[in-house]
Write a protein that binds this ligand. Structure first.
Ligand code: FMN
Length: 173
């Protein structure tokens, strides 16, 4: 039986909502924690890590945390972002997170849109480098929605199935 951790970083609650949907979609034993609360990973067989996209990348505390993941730990990454799902702007942060955590064993990734707080839109909208995604961000205002949360739960179950299959191959089963 896999002991699963869902660890997340969230400033305005979107990633936290997705983390809760992933948590709900998985069987016990499991735990849901903010990354700042996680001290050790050795008791977990599979770790989901969630974060928002910040300035086309990942928040610094998340980057530091990812670098500290033990070698070979099985992980799955998920993110929320204001930009359209599948756009380069939504993918580049996850791609960076994959590089930063390359000592771990990545199973899969998931991302969906998350509404951008009016304060963030106001501040970020002033700088030209954020122009493209702040225009897109308006249409993210209803996300994460029920479909996103269902997709997240399905992603979680798929990751667990892949992880169990890998264990089966390793043990020759
Ligand atoms: C400081 C800041 C920078 C952001 N930069 C980006 C960005 O570069 N690209 C993007 O798609 N969304 C960006 N966003 C939007 C967030 O990724 C999105 O709202 C996310 O769902 C927030 O997650 P949270 O509620 O878990 O903090 C930014 C938000 C903030 C507050």
């Amino acid at each position: 039986m896999s002991n699963i951790l869902i660890a997340y970083y969230s400033l305005t609650g979107n990633t936290e909502q997705v983390a809760a949907a992933i948590f709900a979609g998985l069987p016990e034993p499991k735990a849901l924690k903010r990354i700042a609360e996680v001290k050790r990973l050795d008791e977990y067989d599979l770790v989901f890590i969630g974060f928002p996209v910040h300035s086309h990348s990942i928040p610094v505390p998340v980057e530091n945390w990812l670098r500290g993941i033990p070698k070979g730990k099985k992980i799955a990454l998920f993110s929320t972002h204001g930009a359209h799902t599948g756009s380069r702007l939504s993918r580049e942060a996850v791609e960076y997170a994959v590089v930063v955590s390359s000592q771990a064993e990545l199973i899969s990734t998931f991302s969906c849109r998350g509404k951008v707080s009016p304060q963030a839109l106001e501040v970020l909208g002033r700088s030209p480098e954020h122009e493209v995604w702040t225009e897109m961000a308006a249409s993210a205002r209803t996300h994460p929605d029920d479909n996103d949360l269902e997709d997240a739960a399905n992603f979680a179950r798929r990751v667990l199935t892949i992880s169990r299959d890998q264990e089966g191959w390793r043990s020759g089963g």
